[in-house]
Write a protein of this length. Sequence first.
Length: 179
Amino acid sequence: MRPATPPSGRPAAEARYRALNDIGFRATETNLAAAGIAVEFRRIDPAALVAAEQWTGRRMLWPWRVLASDWRRNHPSRFEVAVWRDRRLCGLALGRPAPSATHVSLYYIERDPDPANPLRGDFAAVVVAALASYGIVLGKTEMRLVNPLPALVPYYCSAAMGFTLLTPAHGEPYCVRRL
């Protein structure tokens, strides 16, 4: 009798990265709770998509339903997060690690613009903390915010967030920070 062969291919990669992402999520939830910020990280599921479609006054009209579907199809190692607090969706984000490089990147981030959002003013920092945890679990040494909104670059490059803006000759500008 032959020993069982471990699963391989796309489903195995998806499961492996999901488990690594979950490790990063749980570590970040624990660290944030110790700092007095109780959140729950989940994948972008149908409940999150429905909640996001109810947001009014959005700055960016990211097509989250399409983005989530496309990223699931094309990026098994993706960073996919819906951030919840007190049963309320506070925001969504998508990113991915570079396959052969030393970084993990965030491509899409959006918070509920409602002034009553319990993470208003903290949402980006919460997502960056989760992205950093995922990057560390993967062995990456830096994280990037790809093509950030120009109005938010001063915040991302502030001492509190710790990023530096880079504008390559070819390609999109990005903010970078060591892990």
